[in-house]
Design a protein around this ligand. Structure first.
Ligand code: HEC
Length: 121
């Protein structure tokens, strides 16, 4: 069984309290640690389905490199420049998807998932 590292996301929450009576402000800072296990089934499949398989699926313009299931996506991450391409800037040659960069959250999830050894579920 594959050993899976957990991602630690540190979220810093700053709450500002206002004391109207004395008219002073106090800042509270709190660190919240969240354990998130990024898996293909839970996080990655929906991103790829929504952004890639219209072309990287059966009948698509780039069906030579299908991304329709776990084994295909794993193979593409390991044997192509997929991770590099999704992180290219808008207008840069080879950016995927071609229409424009995905939201940063999607890119981060895929990069972290790969760094964690591509767990399926
Ligand atoms: C509008 C169609 C389209 C979409 C959407 C699209 N691609 Fe592509 N993709 C292509 C085409 C066409 C090529 C082949 C030309 C090239 O390499 O740029 C390609 C090539 C690639 C390659 C290189 C494949 C290889 O074998 O070298 C990767 C990796 C890739 N795309 C990943 C993705 C990912 C990941 C997404 C979604 C985040 C995505 N693509 C979305 C059309 C698309």
């Amino acid at each position: 069984m594959m050993k899976i590292k957990n991602i630690i996301l540190a979220v810093s929450i700053v709450a500002t309290l206002c004391s109207c009576e004395s008219n002073t402000y106090e800042d509270l800072e709190e660190d919240v640690i969240v354990d998130v296990e990024i898996t293909y089934d839970t996080h990655i499949k929906s991103i790829i389905d929504n952004n890639c398989i219209s072309c990287h699926g059966a009948g698509g313009v780039s069906s030579f490199r299908p991304l329709t299931n776990y084994m295909e996506v794993k193979d593409a991450v390991e044997n192509t420049d997929l991770l590099d391409r999704i992180q290219r800037q808008n207008g840069e040659t080879g950016l995927m998807p071609q229409s424009g960069r995905m939201p940063m959250n999607n890119i981060d999830l895929i990069v972290e998932w790969a760094a964690n050894g591509l767990p399926e579920n």
